[in-house]
Ligand binder design. Structure first.
Ligand code: ZN
Length: 365
């Protein structure tokens, strides 16, 4: 059976290339971040289980408006802040049994690639330079994303970032920007500056995985503007379309109906759950025992239920009985839009070796 996402087949010929937007390393990992990376890990494990070679690129956005702002407020060097938070993030991922990605590029290492990308976009006529910055025209990007102007502007405003007064149009996004006072900067044909967020991901994806990728993942809130601008850049620079054959936009995790955010103080941090002695497997099960695209609300009682279900699965996996057809049926369920819930039900019913194998595939045991 071929992998299907959103009900559409995604046949993989040769190596599967998966890119997932990683963290901006200024805060510790919350459950919403973890959900994205655990789902990508499930996809990678599933494909490997079916004999496909997989390359995963999970970037680190260490040069970014929010990153630099946090470093400034904490009177810290952005590199030190990034190194500390990346270490904590990787430790959280290890505990949640997320495999080490093939590539983990840091944005500050890929500045030359962003400069090359900006030059390609200027040559393609989809970007312009103003006073030391290079902007990508956004009207066509919004149109390609199927958004009208007002909806696109509202999403861009919600994403924040610094005001760009020199843009021709508020829909335009910086590919390269002049660094503000005290910010890190690198040389470029337009003067000293730093990369824009969307172009960092486009450059890192192109440099590590090549001009086209099989699956692009990230939180659902990244679909626009981030992913729309990023993929338009990659397509306009390389001529290869589509940049991403399929998307895994993982549903948002809310608390009390609100999106987790530092500003609302409702963050559920992975390391706090681990410190409270919740089993890593239970946290992982809570994240994946549901449709990947759906948003959901975190409640501690659901984590307790996940821990109980994990215990039940453990006991059932210890039984000698097994149904040899069960494992293939469970894998087929996973290939069908990553239906973890159905796969686990099938494996639980089968028990024994089948459940051990499927639980191992999902990183639960
Ligand atoms: Zn990204």
């Amino acid at each position: 059976m071929t992998l299907r996402l959103h009900g559409r087949p995604v046949p993989i010929i040769g190596t599967a290339r998966i890119y997932v937007c990683g963290i901006t390393p200024y805060g510790t990992t919350h459950l919403g971040h973890a959900a994205t990376f655990v789902w990508i890990d499930v996809l990678a494990r599933l494909l490997r289980h079916t004999g496909v070679e997989v390359e995963v690129c999970r970037n680190i956005t260490d040069v970014d408006d929010d990153m630099l702002e946090h470093a400034r407020r904490q009177h810290d060097d952005w590199r030190m802040l990034a190194a500390r938070q990346t270490y904590r993030f990787e430790d959280d991922m290890r505990q949640l049994r997320v495999g080490t990605p093939t590539f983990e590029p840091q944005a500050h290492v890929y500045v030359d690639e962003v400069v090359a990308l900006a030059q390609a976009l200027l040559a393609a006529g989809v970007a312009y330079d103003r006073n030391g910055s290079v902007y990508q025209r956004g009207a066509a990007v919004a149109e390609r994303a199927g958004l009208d102007r007002d909806a696109a502007l509202a999403l861009i405003a919600a994403q924040g970032g610094r005001a760009e007064d020199l843009r021709d149009d508020p829909l335009d996004a910086p590919v390269w920007q002049r660094s503000a006072e005290g910010e890190p900067s690198w040389p470029s044909p337009w003067g000293a500056g730093r990369p824009g967020w969307h172009s960092e991901c486009a450059a890192m994806a192109l440099a590590t995985l090549g001009p086209g990728i099989d699956v692009h993942g990230g939180g659902a809130d990244l679909a626009f503007p981030h992913h729309a601008f990023e993929s338009a850049q990659a397509e306009d620079a390389t001529g290869v379309r589509p940049f991403a054959r399929s998307w895994l936009h993982v549903g948002t995790v809310t608390v009390g109906g609100e999106k987790m955010a530092k500003s609302t103080g409702n963050l559920v941090l992975v390391h706090e759950l681990l410190d409270d002695a919740w089993p890593p497997g239970a946290i992982r099960l809570l994240l994946i025992d549901r449709p990947w695209a759906s948003s959901w609300d975190y409640r501690e009682e659901d984590l307790a239920s996940a821990a109980e279900r994990l215990d039940r699965l453990w006991s059932r996996a210890g039984t000698p009985a097994t149904d040899p057809a069960g494992e293939q049926a469970a894998v087929d369920a996973l290939l069908d839009d990553l239906d973890v819930r159905r796969a686990l039900d099938i494996a639980e019913e089968a028990g024994g070796h089948t459940l051990r194998s499927v639980g191992g595939l999902l990183g639960l045991f």
